[in-house]
Design a protein around this ligand. Structure first.
Ligand code: NAG
Ligand code: NAG
Ligand code: NAG
Ligand code: NAG
Ligand code: NAG
Ligand code: NAG
Ligand code: NAG
Ligand code: NAG
Ligand code: NAG
Ligand code: NAG
Length: 881
């Protein structure tokens, strides 16, 4: 063998005069054909390869790196993966591989990781017909996938992943009948997966993940019975999962995650008994999962179902899968109690956070070394093995743990299930909660006077029709009832009960002074209880004394415009001539100023502060109330007294706005009439700055202070004319930066314990606060944009900071661009920054850390920022350093 080769070597050396110096005797490789040597040298020059890799004085078949030859000295394989170009070659790198045309036996070409900017030549498919392996992964290739690639019928492996390929997947690829591996992942391919793929019967691995593919998954994929690996993750595939995928019985890895797949998981999946990794998280899947669906998959190691809409119990069989390492079902709607058994092999991670599991934490958890349990309804004591694992436990109903759900929340959940809640281990009844302290000064009383009058005045101006609102569950502003428009009469039946005078006498102990809350301008407020124990607040209006007709306007307002974010009215008693009574719902949690910190009812002493979730909820509720006044009342109403003590809280910490005594019509048109009507003494604020403050932007500013108070826990920031608070505020603003999340921990309320996720929300709220506190009124965001931002706090920080580089995903179809622009209007340096960010998002598809936008979200963003212009004066930002 060696002899024969040596002889051949010797003979052919006549043709290689330049290479005569080589010692052929011990070489087992054939000398390169002379024409192919020249071809390779041309290729070396067009690609700018280094002489150290392909030395001119060496024979390619024998000493060049990455060259494979056949027995006749023909080149059959080229591997330039990992090569570096010469300095000159780096200056203008191109996909210049024309010399390959002359290598008629080339079967293997691997350029993985070698820069080939440019598109795959059209002639590849026409001329390189002997190719069996083509690997162009991570080569910065762009342009479309040429249709002609379908002619490479000998191809066994085609890897085009991690490039910037565009356009659709050509149907002709379905002709590649020998293909065993096809990897098109991490490009920017669009359109549907062609049905012709069902002909790729020899395929064992198919990866089209991280593209912008749309449409449904072709059922024909189920015919590819040799498939071991199937990855459709991170596209925009929609509609339901085809049951035919259940025929892929050899499948080991299945990843359909991060798409928009809906419906349930097909029962046919129970046939996938070889599956090791099942990843279908982050879709729109729903329904219950029967025990025999995944429970019989004896090889299953990871089951990732997170962020879907699955419901029902998680079958016990899933917990006892013999090879399970990872169980991630977070952010679904699973419910039930955990099985109480400790048998089973050890596993790594369980994440069941943000579901509706309840009952006690059980020994099943001993199997896992990491556990995420927050956001459920678990009750009772936390077992040692859970504490040792440093599990996440927040937002449950657990004893002796920080940041749990409210007692009301927990007990109503357990009551609805017909179960007893241990009430955080306190079996005795809670002490009766002290009556809510209501809005500052005479505010609370005037709430019920001033707004109605404003509206009545306004109604008289415009004789239009209106509708009423009812119920007492707060609704989002968007669904809110319309403000009253017209009609002089009103429907008393919409105002709750008509109480008898005797009834209310009884409720208040004959208006006993002990039950008096305060005497105000429009009447006196008393606390009381109805027969069934419902606590109420009653306003007694003496019409003879003060000729106070305000109650009529108030009733009219409440009957027509009783918005869900204003204090609700339960009824009235109008039967007496000189004395009218209005009945309101009792606000169990008082106002924000008193609720933010309260005496702990747990340890006896010490203060307990509101948890973050509740703070966020309160911020959103107050923003909704203000958005109603600003955007849904016409003309817009300005609250003018936004501060913590104006934000009243019901038993579920839903916000009911109070202290409307300062409310003005934006633009001040009715100010004098209203003041006269109410005989308001000119308050210092009204006289000094009344007109200036009668703008929605002033409310937004004050609201910014409330947000800052929620973040920092510093009481009093939002109360007016507090010099100390003002100084603190200015200092605090320096710690709010869109670039640096960690900075915000410097001002974070120390009584708040937040994990990484929540810290992002805190950071977002701080950013919103800062944009509200912009010294330039015109640059403050609108209230309705603030509502949007508080509804999606993570999008505030993730979108702005991670575009083009991070891992955040943009999936919503909302017009987020507009509110985002509003919040960040005062942050961004210039409009071109925004465009640059968008450009990165659309062109950097090939880089590894790409932002996985949906196909058209970048164009969506561009549109929406066109619709909502960024505030005019960029660059001269005062707030930002
Ligand atoms: C070498 O060339 C001869 C003649 O052209 C051919 O018959 C033979 O199959 C070739 N060998 C290889 C390994 O290509
Ligand atoms: C291409 O080369 C890389 C090494 O850089 C290797 O990991 C990869 O498997 C090769 N591709 C094929 C298809 O052989
Ligand atoms: C291709 O070349 C690279 C770098 O020389 C080497 O690491 C790799 O193993 C080669 N791949 C194959 C499949 O030969
Ligand atoms: C490469 O092939 C082309 C035609 O296909 C031919 O004209 C050219 O001379 C060949 N080059 C070499 C170096 O053989
Ligand atoms: C394609 O190439 C990428 C990057 O080199 C690699 O990670 C991947 O495993 C390859 N795909 C196949 C199917 O070999
Ligand atoms: C190559 O593919 C194209 C497009 O699929 C087709 O039109 C053409 O006839 C094919 N050429 C050869 C030589 O097979
Ligand atoms: C499919 O693969 C098998 C072996 O894996 C091979 O024998 C067969 O020829 C291939 N089919 C095609 C159409 O290439
Ligand atoms: C599927 O592809 C995505 C992105 O390309 C990758 O992150 C994920 O790990 C893959 N899934 C599996 C099961 O390999
Ligand atoms: C979760 O399930 C409950 C009933 O069990 C239902 O009221 C609620 O709407 C569900 N939530 C989601 C997000 O599907
Ligand atoms: C689970 O079982 C253990 C031992 O049998 C028992 O002590 C414990 O109370 C059980 N827990 C629940 C929640 O049933």
């Amino acid at each position: 063998m060696v002899d024969r080769r040596s002889a051949l070597c010797f003979v052919s050396s006549f043709f290689f005069l330049s290479l005569l110096l080589f010692d052929c005797v011990a070489v087992a490789k054939q000398r390169t054909r002379f024409d192919e040597l020249l071809t390779l040298l041309r290729l070396r020059s067009t690609l700018g390869l280094k002489g150290t890799d392909w030395p001119i004085k060496g024979d390619p078949c024998r000493v060049w790196r990455g060259i494979q030859c056949d027995g006749n000295g023909s080149i059959i394989g080229i591997n330039i993966s990992g090569f570096k170009r010469t300095r000159i070659g780096k200056q203008n790198p191109q996909f210049a591989v024309d010399p390959l045309l002359n290598l008629t036996r080339l079967a293997y070409f691997n350029a993985s990781g070698f820069e080939l900017p440019g598109s795959v030549p059209y002639w590849f498919g026409v001329s390189l017909t002997t190719l069996r392996v083509l690997d162009l992964s991570s080569c910065s290739v762009n342009g479309v996938v040429p249709v002609t690639l379908g002619n490479l019928t000998s191809l066994v492996s085609l890897n085009l992943s991690r490039n910037s390929l565009t356009g659709s997947v050509p149907s002709s690829l379905g002709e590649l009948s020998s293909l065993s591996e096809l990897d098109l992942s991490r490009n920017t391919l669009t359109g549907a997966l062609p049905p012709s793929f069902s002909s790729l019967l020899n395929l064992t691995s198919l990866d089209v993940s991280s593209n912008y593919l749309t449409g449904s998954i072709p059922p024909g994929v189920g015919l590819l019975s040799k498939l071991l690996y199937l990855n459709f993750s991170s596209n925009s595939f929609s509609s339901s999962i085809p049951p035919e995928l259940g025929d892929l019985v050899n499948l080991v890895d299945l990843d359909l995650s991060i798409n928009s797949l809906s419906g349930s998981v097909p029962l046919e999946f129970r046939k996938l008994t070889n599956l090791r990794n099942m990843v279908i998280g982050d879709n729109l899947l729903s329904g219950a999962l029967p025990a025999d669906l995944f429970g019989a998959m004896s090889q299953l190691q990871s089951l990732l179902l997170r962020e879907n809409g699955f419901s029902g119990n998680l079958p016990d069989a899933y917990w006892s899968l013999p090879k399970l390492r990872i169980l991630d079902i977070a952010k679904n709607n699973f419910t039930g109690m955990l099985p109480n058994s400790s048998s089973g092999p050890n596993a790594d991670v369980v994440d069941i956070s943000s579901n509706m599991f309840y009952g006690e934490l059980t020994r099943i958890l001993t199997r896992f070394s990491a556990m995420y349990l927050s956001g459920n309804y678990f009750e009772g004591k936390v077992p040692d093995y859970v504490l040792r694992a440093n599990a996440s436990l927040t937002r449950n109903c657990l004893q002796n743990e920080k940041r749990q759900k409210s007692s009301e929340d927990c007990s109503s959940f357990y009551t609805a299930k017909g179960l007893d809640f241990d009430d955080f281990g306190r079996l005795s009844r809670r002490t009766v909660i002290i009556l809510a302290s209501v809005g500052g000064g005479i505010g609370f009383i005037l709430i019920f006077i001033l707004l109605p009058i404003l509206v009545v005045l306004w109604m008289r101006r415009r004789g239009r029709e209106g509708q009423g609102g009812g119920g007492d569950r707060p609704k989002p502003v968007t669904e809110a009832s319309q403000p009253p428009k017209g009609a002089q009469t009103f429907d008393l039946s919409r105002l709750g009960n008509a109480f008898t005078y005797d009834h209310l006498l009884q409720a208040t102990g004959d208006f006993n002074d002990a039950n008096l809350i305060k005497r105000g301008h429009s009447g006196s407020l008393f606390r009381g209880f109805l027969d069934n124990g419902t606590p109420i607040v009653i306003k007694k209006i003496n019409t003879k004394e003060s000729k106070n007709e305000g109650y009529i306007a108030e009733l009219e307002l409440l009957s027509k415009a009783g918005h869900q974010r204003l204090v609700p009215c339960l009824g009235h008693c109008l039967e007496n001539e000189g004395q009218k009574l209005l009945v309101y719902k009792f606000m169990r949690n008082g106002d924000l100023a008193s609720a933010l910190f309260r005496k702990s009812d747990n340890e006896g002493d010490g203060l307990k502060s509101l948890d973050w979730i509740t703070r966020l909820k309160i911020a959103l509720g107050a923003a909704e109330g203000l958005a109603y006044l600003h955007h849904e009342c016409s003309p817009p109403l300005v609250h003018r007294d936004v501060q913590a003590s104006s934000i009243l809280l019901d038993d579920k910490f839903e916000v009911r706005l109070g202290s409307l005594s300062e409310a003005y019509v934006q633009g001040d048109a009715y100010q004098s009439r209203i003041s006269r009507l109410l005989r308001l003494p000119q308050s210092t604020e009204a006289s000094s700055s009344g007109a200036a403050n009668a703008t929605c932007a002033y409310d937004v500013y004050c609201f910014g202070k409330v947000l800052l108070e929620l973040v920092t826990g510093k009481l009093g920031i939002s109360s007016p004319d507090n010099a100390e608070a003002k100084a603190y505020m200015e200092e605090a603003l320096q710690y709010i930066s869109t670039n640096e999340k960690e900075l915000v921990t410097k001002i974070l309320d120390p009584s708040l314990l937040v994990d990484e996720d929540l810290l992002e929300e805190v950071w977002a709220m701080a950013i919103i606060a800062k944009s509200c506190l912009n010294p330039k009124p015109t640059r403050r965001p609108l209230m309705r944009h603030i509502v949007n931002a508080l509804e999606n706090p993570l999008k505030v920080v993730r979108e702005d900071t991670n575009s083009g580089s991070g891992s955040s995903r943009l999936r919503t179809n909302s017009s987020r661009g507009s509110w985002n622009a509003a919040i960040f209007g005062s942050w961004r340096q210039s409009a071109s920054d925004v465009t640059a960010v968008q450009a990165v998002g659309t062109t950097s598809g090939g880089s590894s850390g790409r932002n996985n936008n949906n196909g058209n979200s970048s164009s969506r963003r561009r549109q929406s920022s066109e619709i909502v212009p960024e505030p005019a004066a960029y660059g001269e930002d005062v707030v930002l350093r």
